[in-house]
Design a protein around this ligand. Structure first.
Ligand SMILES: [Zn+2]
Ligand SMILES: [Zn+2]
Ligand SMILES: [Zn+2]
Length: 389
């Protein structure tokens, strides 16, 4: 199993603040009259050097002051697509007081076609899991909140609504299966370069897990085909109700979707995906298992029958909302008790609220339990027994 992201040395908190301020300005699209020698305390040449590694796209003579924002955006995109880590990783690279030579290990961007630019899973027979969001229903930062987590400089504390992308080499080629269409799906798709969705698996019908559904229509436009949505009966009913316009056969310009009722397993593009019902307050949520990987968000009860189907895991992703228990989510101690019970080799906690500060919580955890963060990538093999015709 390989973990995305790098673990290079960290820079001082002061540097992190300055660099984050730069990226905030860039993200906000501020042109301004920037001094070409620095933006904040961050040397422009470092941004440019990173961007220049994309030699196919950027000509050095194009780097006029007014193009700085675009160039820096390319740098960010290069980081997203090729570092596959977090902003913290880029900050760490820059924290080395980079010379051109030192940042050379950022590989240049390959020439892209207009579509299908997301690389396939690097392991031919493997499963790749990308965390598109790891936050609870309101996301982090929370609107109006000024707590230490919501105002943190550590990008691992910035969490979009919970969702993962599963990728594998299927019978028809690279396969991308989305787990939930979170409220932030559009932003997640752009950030992670998702250019195709072959199917969606729904965990349950709560707003934070479904409200990005409308964004799927762009894939209908590009690929000219409908997308299957796998949902249990209750979730399917919610989707039909909330997005009634999308299921109106007379409507035009709406997402083209087909709801398939989820049974206890489904064969998707040559791979078996199991759906395992868990308790989520008064309702039910579906955990999904592929090989020795399972994703179990939004749950506060794992019935014995489900626990039996969650044995022998290499990686478990598990709900852990906050320190204290909650009526429909595991609190941290309950999540750890479930880890004891299920004995996965490695567990990543997700669906976190601003009650849990990334680094502080990780310090308290045993090494086989970590806190997931947005854009984290894990890869693991898919055993032959999970392959099907
Ligand atoms: Zn949720
Ligand atoms: Zn907060
Ligand atoms: Zn929920």
């Amino acid at each position: 199993m390989a973990l995305g992201g790098n673990q290079r040395g960290r820079q001082s908190p002061g540097q992190a603040v300055a660099i984050n301020a730069v990226f905030e300005q860039l993200a906000a699209g501020e042109k301004g009259n920037w001094n070409l020698s620095s933006i904040g305390r961050f040397p422009v040449r470092v941004i440019l050097h990173i961007a220049l590694l994309d030699a196919d796209t950027v000509e050095p003579r194009d780097l006029q002051n007014d193009r700085l924002r675009d160039v820096a955006k390319m740098a960010i995109r290069a980081r997203i697509e090729h570092q596959r880590g977090t902003l913290a990783d880029l900050v760490a690279v820059i924290g080395l007081r980079s010379t051109h030579a030192k940042i050379r290990h950022l590989r240049p961007l390959p020439r892209r076609s207009s579509i299908a630019r997301r690389p396939h899973p690097s392991m031919r027979d493997g499963l790749r899991v990308t965390f598109l969001g790891t936050g609870t229903s309101v996301g982090i930062p929370v609107i109006t909140c000024e707590c230490d987590v919501c105002t943190s400089d550590d990008p691992r504390n910035h969490r979009l609504r919970a969702s993962v992308l599963l990728e594998w080499e299927g019978i028809d080629g690279p396969t991308r299966v989305l787990v939930d269409t979170a409220t932030d799906f559009r932003q997640q798709a752009l950030r992670s370069g998702i250019d195709k969705v072959d199917a969606v698996m729904y965990t349950h019908g709560h707003a934070d897990h479904i409200l990005g559904l409308d964004e799927l229509r762009i894939f209908n436009f590009v690929y000219r085909k409908s997308i299957p949505l796998y949902a249990d009966a209750a979730t399917g009913a919610v989707l039909r109700h909330v997005f009634s316009y999308a299921f109106d056969p007379e409507a035009i310009g709406v997402p083209q979707l087909e709801i398939e009722t989820l049974d206890d397993h489904v064969s998707l593009f040559g791979v078996r995906v199991e759906a395992i019902p868990l308790g989520h307050g008064r309702g039910t949520t579906q955990a999904f298992r592929v090989g020795n990987f399972a994703y179990a968000t939004d749950c506060n009860r794992i019935p014995d029958a489900a626990a039996a189907r969650l044995q022998g895991l290499d990686v478990l992703v598990l709900d852990s909302l906050r320190q204290k228990p909650h009526r429909s989510h595991f609190g941290l101690q309950q999540a750890l008790a479930e880890v004891e019970r299920l004995q996965p080799k490695k567990t990543y906690l997700t669906h976190l609220s601003h009650d849990l500060e990334h680094a502080a919580v990780e310090e308290t955890l045993p090494p086989h339990v970590r806190v997931a963060y947005d854009e984290m990538v894990i890869e693991l093999p898919i055993p032959d027994a999970w392959r099907c015709a």
